[in-house]
Each structure stands twice: as structure tokens, then as C-alpha cells.
Design a protein around this ligand. Structure first.
Ligand code: ATP
Ligand code: MG
Length: 288
């Protein structure tokens, strides 16, 4: 039977879409069967095991899956024998302590002898212990943010991304404890066999190519020959920009790669230097 690398992924929820997008951009096509527990790819030797995110660290630690994609927060909270193979850069959020607004806050010691509601008791108790704070941790699994409002806790420890949930519950973030993002994990104890390791290496190579292209634009433009040096001085380029001749010998075509966030700044300079017909294209993959 053909060897397949089994990847545990979230079956629905916040990680699902971006996990599928990353696999898609990496050329991993899945058979149309949706939401059965185990789905093989039809063109790459992997199969996806769909689970709740809570179950992913254990599935990987126990060898039920070879690798998994899950939030760092879940990895630390579940505290299983897994190691982080790669940070994937999506589903970024943080775990923070928050308290009712208009509360006088004088630092962490505020939490001494207070009650904190959370779904992350392991990470929280670890943090409190490290900082010498003794608080009462009250575990609830959903809607943690309403706990202070209904009087069952003084503060909360929860996921924050934009902060709008805190605002609508009259809370303010007072301590950022952990920065989280989606990570690729593997078991720390059992090593993959050579065949599976080779599949993982190819997958990582593709993930890196997708990540390298993220936030980059391919740009091309026409430049008068006499302005070429000036234009090349403006372009950051990967190594050196491509310069091609045009039918009109007084002009040439220059191609390069730009960070999207510097796009308008650099385009302004290029136009001022005499570049015309500037085109910008999305880059899907970049193999460096
Ligand atoms: P499951 O049903 O699989 O247990 P869940 O309800 O526990 O799902 P989700 O809300 O889907 O979990 O969140 C999954 C992960 O996405 C979180 O553990 C966290 O890493 C990340 N995450 C959560 N909220 C946000 C957010 N607002 N912005 C970005 N990432 C987030
Ligand atoms: Mg969950």
C-alpha cells in the first residue's frame, strides 16, 4: 500500500479555511468527499484527519496522525509530547488578561486573590506561578468574556484578536501573555520513517515557497535607457532585476519583485524617474 503522511486538521472553525488554502496553494488536491473523518489527497501522498482543534495535539503525540496544524495556544494548553515544526503565520491572536473597564489597575498584583475565568487554565496557571500571583482560576469552555459582567469572575484570560469582543463586554486588556498563530506540529517521541519524512520535506518546501511569495508583487515597467541606472537604484529586487530590450532601442523593460507594503512608495519614485506602463502582478509561489 502507498505510504501517506496523515495530517490532523481542524474540521471546521477558524483554522479550517486558511489550512485548506495553504494546502491548495501547495498543490495538494483533495478528493471531493467532504467532512468524512479521513480524506486522501488525489495527487499528493497525504491524507487529512479532520478533528476538533482540542484533539489535534493528542492525535499527533499518540501517533494517530503524523503531523497536525493547530493554534500554538492549543499546543501549549494541552501540553502533549509534540514539537513545533514550523510557524505558519496565519490565525494570529493573543492570550490576554482583561478586566472590567474603569477599574483601577496597578499591575499584575491586582489579580492576587481574584477570580479569573478562562478556557486556558494550564497556560494561565503557569503564567501566574511564574509571576508569583495567587488567583482563583475558574474554567469555562465558552463565552468567557461574559463572566465578569454576570459576576462569576473578576477578570478573564482569553483569546484576543481585534479586541472588539472585549469592548462590547466592557473589558480592557491589561496583560498580553502569549502571542499565538497556527503551527505545524509533529510528535517529539516517534520519528517518522524515511518515506514519511520525505513527504514532509516536500510539503515543507512547498509551504516555504507559498510563504515566500506572501505579500510580494511582481512588477514590470518600461524605462528610457538613459534612466535605467536611476530606476535600478530605486528597485530593491531579489538579487538583480531583469532588464529586457524593447522594439524601440531607446527603451527597455525592467522586471522585479516588491514588498507589497512598499508598493506605492516605490511606484511613486519609479514614475518620478521616468518609468511608464507599470504593471503589478500577484506572485503565487516563490522558490528561492
Ligand atoms: P473546535 O470546534 O475545533 O474545538 P474552537 O471553537 O475551539 O474549535 P476556533 O474558535 O475555531 O476554536 O479557533 C481555533 C483557533 O483559531 C484558536 O485556538 C486560535 O488559535 C485561533 N483563533 C481563535 N480566535 C481567533 C481570532 N479572533 N483571530 C485569529 N485567530 C483566532
Ligand atoms: Mg476547540
Amino acid at each position: 500500500m502507498e505510504t501517506r503522511l496523515r495530517i490532523a486538521v481542524q474540521s471546521k472553525g477558524r483554522l479550517y479555511d486558511e489550512t485548506m488554502e495553504l494546502l491548495g496553494e501547495s498543490g495538494v488536491k483533495l478528493t471531493a468527499v467532504k467532512r468524512t473523518l479521513l480524506v486522501p489527497s488525489r495527487n499528493f501522498p497525504v491524507e487529512l484527519l479532520y478533528l476538533r482543534d482540542d484533539d489535534i495535539p493528542d492525535a499527533v503525540a499518540s501517533g494517530t496522525a503524523d503531523i497536525g496544524i493547530v493554534g500554538l495556544n492549543e499546543v501549549l494548553e494541552k501540553n502533549k509530547e509534540v514539537e513545533i515544526i514550523k510557524e505558519l503565520g496565519f490565525s494570529k491572536c493573543r492570550l490576554s488578561l482583561a478586566i472590567p473597564k474603569r477599574t483601577e489597575y496597578n499591575g499584575l498584583s491586582w489579580f492576587n486573590n481574584r477570580k479569573i475565568a478562562t478556557s486556558y487554565p494550564v497556560i494561565l496557571s503557569d503564567f501566574l506561578k511564574k509571576n508569583g500571583i495567587k488567583a482563583d482560576i475558574h474554567v469555562i469552555t465558552g463565552s468567557v468574556e461574559i463572566a465578569p459582567g454576570i459576576g462569576i469572575a473578576d477578570g478573564i484570560f482569553d483569546i484576543v484578536s481585534s479586541g472588539s469582543t472585549l469592548v462590547s463586554n466592557n473589558l480592557v486588556e491589561v496583560e498580553k501573555v502569549l502571542e499565538s498563530q497556527a503551527v505545524l506540529i509533529g510528535a517529539s517521541a516517534n520519528k517518522l520513517n524515511a518515506e514519511k519524512q520525505a513527504i514532509l520535506d516536500e510539503l515543507l518546501f512547498r509551504f516555504n515557497a507559498v510563504a515566500a511569495a506572501d505579500g510580494k508583487k511582481y512588477i514590470l515597467m518600461n524605462v528610457p535607457r538613459e534612466k535605467l541606472d536611476e530606476v535600478l537604484g530605486i528597485l530593491p529586487g531579489i538579487k538583480s532585476p531583469t532588464v529586457l530590450p524593447l522594439a524601440n532601442a531607446d527603451w527597455c523593460s525592467v522586471h522585479s519583485v516588491l514588498e507589497e507594503k512598499r508598493f506605492w512608495e516605490i511606484v511613486g519614485k519609479l514614475r518620478a524617474a521616468g518609468a511608464e506602463g507599470i504593471l503589478a502582478l500577484d506572485i503565487e509561489k516563490m522558490v528561492l
